[in-house]
Design a protein around this ligand. Structure first.
Ligand SMILES: C[S@@+](CC[C@H](N)C(=O)[O-])C[C@H]1O[C@@H](n2cnc3c(N)ncnc32)[C@H](O)[C@@H]1O
Length: 286
């Protein structure tokens, strides 16, 4: 199954199999997965198109094609995801980093002062906090309610930034946090339960539900973070929160007048019509 007389025909068979399951980018997925299965680059898949498929890879390839046909995301099949400058390991039961969050990270990197302290709230793999520590001279705390995420983020910290000054703790939002920071950044759960039916199988069947859903309007956790963050921010400290495209309520209205520079952001280079997806605000009580 799914093996052609040579490599390019094998790509074609996988592409057709993925197309039949309604996958958006069947050709790209087939090339990426085959390259990974054969330990080749994507370029080599093209230049070696006439080579025959190596028999010893037959079982592995078949397994990979069936997993993708079952709509398992590419990064979960490969077990890793590039996030800015680092490759994070992706494991079952922990949310897999998304490219849009790299933009929130870019902003966090601009906002964190030299030698500053930051909190990555709802850290998942730790992709935001570990990336900040990888690129800036600063220290911080990462936290998540889920013990599997906390344990995974600890391993990732040790593997990717062993010398970074980061503490990783289990905490329901700020429950176990005891200090103040220059920056709090969060990609919390923000999908409303009403949106459940519209999510693709790659998300609903593979990301942990606790990382996705957050009540009827998807804003419950965002509201709590905005309410409680002042207690944990130094004066003029920044709060950055990713939120959902589909949330109708204007999130800026949740900030009291003691917050300044409240701005909602669109994805980089997006047209005006594109919806905002993260908000930043500065804690400036009078
Ligand atoms: C959308 S994921 C984001 C993970 C990571 N920050 C990222 O960008 O890839 C949301 C994370 O929030 C965590 N979470 C959900 N509710 C929480 C809470 N009340 N307190 C702390 N973490 C929470 C989930 O376990 C999950 O890891």
């Amino acid at each position: 199954m799914f093996i052609g007389k040579n490599i390019s025909e094998t790509v074609k068979l996988a592409r057709e199999a993925f197309e039949s399951k309604g996958i958006d980018s069947p050709w790209l997925d087939a090339e990426i997965l085959l390259a990974n299965s054969l330990n080749l680059t994507r370029e080599e898949i093209l230049t070696k198109g006439n080579d025959s498929f190596p028999n010893e890879n037959y079982k592995k390839w078949q397994d990979v094609v069936l997993r993708r046909m079952n709509r398992e995301p590419i990064d979960r099949i490969l077990g890793k995801k590039r996030f800015r400058k680092l490759d994070f390991n992706v494991i079952p039961d922990v949310f897999s980093p998304r490219p849009e969050t790299e933009e929130v990270l870019s902003r966090a990197l601009e906002r964190i002062p030299e030698n500053g302290r930051f909190l990555d709230l709802c850290c998942g793999t730790g992709c935001i906090g570990i990336s900040i520590a990888n690129e800036r001279n600063c220290s911080g705390v990462l936290c998540d309610i889920d013990l599997k995420a906390v344990s995974h983020a600890k391993k990732e910290k040790k593997r990717l930034t062993p010398n970074a000054n980061l503490k990783i703790v289990q905490s329901d939002l700020f429950e176990n946090i005891e200090e103040k920071f220059d920056l709090i950044v969060s990609n919390p759960p923000y999908i409303s339960t009403k949106e459940k039916k519209s999510l693709p199988p790659e998300v609903i069947n593979f990301d942990p539900l606790g990382s996705l859903f957050c009540g009827l309007d998807g804003l419950h956790v965002c509201k709590l973070i905005i309410e409680q963050a002042p207690k944990y921010l130094n004066k003029n400290g920044w709060l950055l929160i990713e939120f959902g495209f589909c949330q109708k309520e204007n999130i800026s209205n949740l900030f009291s007048p003691d917050w300044t520079n409240v701005k909602q952001r669109k994805p980089w280079g997006a047209p005006r019509s594109e919806k905002d997806f993260f908000v930043e605000a500065q804690w400036s009580p009078s």
